[in-house]
Write a protein that binds this ligand. Structure first.
Ligand SMILES: [Zn+2]
Length: 469
């Protein structure tokens, strides 16, 4: 590892985007100096790095951001590794500037026991190219295990409220209440009401046959189904004081239930979160129901991508504190599994590898072409807030004493081709799309795990992140 000097970067951190340099010893940031601190101080810093024999990484004209922390991925490992696995998807993460991921429990076996959870950590320590933690899956019958979870190591408890793929549905009100009362960890919920969805599906099948066209997906997995389930989650959180993080909000209606977080006025510049927070996913921010026409089941996911008014509401909520975090819900499947309509095609799409560049492009539009502001807001939602919200120890910010997890991004125009895709499933709903940002290199724990010329360094292995709780 040794010493590395990230020289003349546009450092994006804590509400600013300014030219400076960063010195790293092994895996820790030891010094940061900005050009506007004065030429003398800056030149001294450059000389200091040179005298110490630090490897110089020229970042002129490029953004240096904290590595992205994705709080919502499905790596399909163990048990579903024909479509994705820990090694392949963590490599895709590295190529996308993602240095930490939180993986979901709907694998085979499901992560619903302490042994299965420990096994995931053991497997990741062998083959994950970036940093990781794992959600524990709550069920109707494993609530007594919640107290045994290691708060310093496990990111949270995932609760499928209402329907989802896999058989981890918690539909018993008493179990739900027990989970909300007793979870020592943040609870992340998938909110969709099964009864509404089942009734809608029966209705659509009666009119459109056994496998209704995918364009009906947002009508079957409807706004009402999302709202009813999210209402219940918010109500339970208020009654029990639980720390609730609602996954992948998709409707303007649900946003009404989410309190706004507040950026701290003084002090460390970290956002102050209420007990109830929400995540939006890149796919729901980028697409709306008009895209089913061209992309079909490629963009079929649960909860469904809905109408443009909901997409616009989600985009607005990125700026007013209601959406605290942007994740991906990276959920790879083989294209062959995506054949059919609402009933037959599986739900979920790969998004992890291109989430950062997608968000930088989208933010540039939402920020009226103010590129610095776009980088600042993207960093807030994809790096700082996931770290602060979950209490990740010493990551997510470019600060002295923090781990050297970085992504270097350059402005470049490029078109996504199938050959760019590292995810095992080998396709992306973004193929053919033109991007204006490109991941140039990714550093994880001070190691260069990806650069644009050499690709992913598969000898790099990440760490389990720890939590200050
Ligand atoms: Zn998910």
């Amino acid at each position: 590892m040794g010493k590395k000097f990230f020289y003349n970067a546009m450092i994006v951190n804590e509400g600013t985007c300014a030219m400076g340099s960063v010195l790293v010893y092994d895996n820790i940031i030891v010094k940061i100096v900005y050009i506007d601190e004065g030429a003398a101080a800056y030149n001294d810093f450059v000389h200091e790095a040179q005298e110490q024999g630090a490897e110089i990484i020229f970042c002129q004209g490029m953004l240096l951001m904290p590595g992205v922390i994705d709080d919502h991925v499905h790596f399909r490992d163990p048990g579903l590794t024909h479509k994705a696995d820990m090694e392949s998807e963590s490599a895709a993460a590295a190529a996308g500037g993602v240095t930490t991921f939180f993986d979901m429990p709907n694998t085979k076996p499901q992560t619903v026991s302490i042994d299965d959870l420990n096994e995931k950590f053991r497997h990741a320590a062998e083959c994950s190219h970036v940093n990781y933690s794992f959600f524990f899956g709550a069920t109707n019958s494993n609530t007594e295990m919640l107290k045994q979870l290691d708060k310093k190591k496990v990111c949270g408890v995932k609760v499928f409220m209402g329907s989802s793929t896999g058989n981890m549905l918690v539909d018993n009100y008493e179990s739900l209440k027990t989970i909300f009362k007793e979870s020592p960890l943040p609870i992340m919920t998938h909110c969709e009401d099964t009864e509404i969805i089942d009734a809608n599906m029966a209705e659509y099948k009666s009119h459109h046959g056994e496998d209704p066209d995918v364009k009906f997906h947002p009508e079957i997995r409807s706004v009402e189904a999302c709202l009813k389930s999210t209402e219940l989650a918010v109500k339970l959180a208020r009654e029990t004081g639980a720390r609730l993080h609602v996954a992948h909000i998709t409707t303007a209606d649900e946003l009404e239930l989410i309190p706004k977080s507040k950026a701290a006025l003084n002090g460390n510049g970290e956002e102050k979160f209420e007990n109830i927070t929400a995540e939006a996913c890149v796919s729901h921010l980028m697409f709306n129901d008009a895209d089913y026409q061209t992309l079909g089941t490629r963009i079929k996911c649960n909860p469904a991508i809905k109408g443009e008014q909901h997409q616009k509401a989600l985009q607005k909520a990125l700026f007013d504190g209601r959406i605290a975090v942007v994740g991906t819900d990276h959920a790879p499947h083989l294209l062959s599994e995506k054949e059919g309509g609402c009933a037959k095609a599986v739900s979920g799409m790969p998004m992890l590898q291109f989430s950062l560049v997608s968000m930088l492009d989208l933010m540039t539009t939402l920020c009226n072409n103010d590129r610095q502001q776009a980088a600042i807001q993207t960093t807030r939602l994809m790096c700082h807030n996931p770290a602060s919200l979950f209490g990740i120890r010493r990551r997510g910010y470019i600060r002295v004493g923090y781990k050297a997890d970085f992504v270097i991004v350059r402005e470049a125009e490029w078109t996504l081709k199938q050959g760019d895709i590292i995810s095992k499933c080998g396709w992306s709903p973004l193929e053919g799309r033109k991007f204006h940002h490109q991941v140039y290199a990714t550093y994880c724990n001070g190691n260069k795990v990806f650069d644009i010329k050499q690709g992913v360094d598969r000898s790099c292995i990440g760490e389990a992140v720890s939590f200050d709780r």
